[in-house]
Design a protein around this ligand. Structure first.
Ligand SMILES: C[S@@+](CC[C@H](N)C(=O)[O-])C[C@H]1O[C@@H](n2cnc3c(N)ncnc32)[C@H](O)[C@@H]1O
Length: 244
């Protein structure tokens, strides 16, 4: 895959949309395989940090097949999940219908098609704004973060989960090797699409990861800004609160 294909620019969004629409059916399976199931644990941590309180409204950006949105709903939030890929949203909606049973009724998240770079909600609408493996995909991650800030209410928690860049050079080289070789191989074996998974490394080149996201959160004047690293920084959560 050429570097130019997903280069930041006006074509990028539609290419990223095509990519996720193409792999939607196998997305959850491959997530489990490539992370050895660990993404579930990291998402659990995101939801813990979101600290949902009764009556809270939560927005999950780039919600994909709905992992975070559904988990936030289980904690009692009124949730909106936003994504621009209809096939991903269809899977999220189907999972929402299954999650809620007459015995354990859980209000379904509202799954909406839309662009994370122009969030279709007014300022100060949410108590929690999350994004899992989404910011890195945007044409401008800074704009995505600024949009998260805009729709957050004073006191809201902003939580970002994404691939990171380990500070240790040796570990970074090993981990990038995994992203370059084994992850596309898993994509090819289980999804017939190596290119879609080679894209992870490609997208990381355009994304300065956890340290720059933390710096940007401070620039936006978020309070209690924190970086939580996993696997030596290969994966990271950025956390911040909009000042009350
Ligand atoms: C790697 S998936 C993450 C899905 C889910 N959040 C998770 O953690 O499993 C990235 C998602 O971001 C969506 N996406 C990428 N750019 C977007 C944009 N500009 N607006 C809305 N959704 C976008 C894709 O359609 C895809 O579903």
């Amino acid at each position: 895959m050429s570097n130019v294909f997903y280069a930041v620019g006006e074509q990028r969004a539609s290419r990223v949309n095509d990519l996720f629409s193409a792999i939607a059916r196998r997305y959850d399976l491959i997530n489990d395989l490539q992370s050895f199931g660990l993404h579930r644990r990291w998402k659990h941590r995101v939801v813990d940090l979101a600290a949902v309180q009764s009556g809270n409204r939560a927005l999950d950006l780039c919600c994909g097949t709905g992992d975070l949105a559904l988990a936030l709903a289980q904690r009692g939030a009124e949730v909106a999940g936003l994504d621009f890929s209809l096939p991903m949203l269809e899977i999220a909606k189907a999972r929402g219908r299954k999650q809620s049973t007459p015995q354990t009724p859980i209000p379904n998240p509202q799954f909406i098609q839309g662009d994370a770079q122009q969030i279709p909600f007014p300022d100060a609408s949410f108590d929690v704004v999350t994004v899992g493996y989404g910011l890195r995909n945007l044409a401008s991650w800074e704009n995505g973060l600024a949009e998260m800030y805009r729709v957050a209410r004073p006191g809201a928690r902003l939580v970002v989960l994404d691939f990171g860049k380990p500070a240790n050079a040796l570990w970074r080289a090993i981990y990038f090797g995994h992203l370059r070789c084994s992850v596309p191989l898993i994509g090819w074996l289980f999804c017939g699409n190596a290119d879609a998974y080679a894209y992870i490394l490609e997208s990381l080149k355009h994304y300065p990861a956890q340290r720059a996201v933390a710096a940007k959160m401070r620039e936006l004047n978020l309070a209690n800004v924190r970086v939580i690293n996993f696997l030596g920084g290969a994966m990271a959560i950025n956390y911040g609160e909009k000042p009350a």
